[in-house]
Design a protein around this ligand. Sequence first.
Ligand code: ADP
Ligand code: NA
Length: 350
Amino acid sequence: SFKKLVFSGVQPTGNLHLGNYLGAIRKFVALQEQSDCIYCVVDMHAITMWQEPAELENSTREVTAAFLAAGIDPTKHIVFNQSRVMQHAELAWVFNCVARMGWLNKMTQFKDKAGKDRENASVGLFAYPTLMAADILVYRATHVPVGDDQKQHLELTREIAQKFNHDFSDRIRDLGVGVEMKSGEETVHGFFPITEPVIEGEATRVMSLRDGTKKMSKSDPSDLSRINLTDDAETIAKKIRKAKTDPQPLPSEVEGLKERPDADNLVGIYAALAGKTREQVLGEFGGQQFSVFKPALADLAVDKLAPIASEMRRISADRAYVDSVLRDGGERAGALAEKTMKDVRRIVGL
Ligand code: ADP
Ligand code: NA
């Protein structure tokens, strides 16, 4: 079987927010205790939409600083930016030839990001999920911690691995580079693992503070909609104070949060930050008004996030250190990726 290995990535597109932290980065930190982990700043994904080059360079360093400030240890694990390891692009090309147009046509993120003017979206934006599959599988990673919005892309990664294993099974067996595994009814010689998404906890989809039916997002024009990881204590408190709510008190049961997306979101954020369940939070605050709950949430958020913000500032100021982490991580990742690609080239006949 495949050795347990965790991989995940975050795009350097500015405005890292609470959703990125609770849905992804905080889980990266938790997983590093039990597993080998590779965490990537996916700059090649970022350029699927226009990025100012100088800003992109800065954002790459900022996301790296966020990883380190949150507690990822780059000496025990690998932290690097995607474009340093060209094997990601090489494997993505192979996967472009494995994945089917029909599979990619179903991707809802492309539809959301391309908007109405689909004819004018980049080809890269359309092919984004095959590059993501390559990011993961070039390390033969078995587990990928992500937010709920990435579920469909992870499913596509699994489909690509399955089709590759199936199409090249005989060749993988002849070269002796795979693992015998079940694929539906059949047994195949698989080269790639069927990766598991790790989507769990109370904040797999953090919503906008201004509209609980929309995902908290980097690109929301309203700055009040998200808590940025670089926000200071006062700003965090202000955004929570101004968060949209309804006039009723908090319910005492989780069922009472149905049809109340804004309340559900704030309770979910509290739960995730406190390491509790929604149920436990309602056990504490059920029946209370938001005038009581919001200040408690603001205190908790400041408590958990302000140290990360100040650590991010400290690390960002040491540009040489950040660059050295990426350089060293890139070298180690590159060696692993090349090992995979040597086999992939032989398997495919390239
Ligand atoms: P974004 O979606 O903000 O543009 P990325 O695509 O780089 O950022 O996502 C980085 C990670 O953060 C992914 O694992 C994604 O699922 C997670 N994520 C993004 N937004 C949220 C959110 N609102 N709630 C929970 N997780 C999120
Ligand atoms: Na995303």
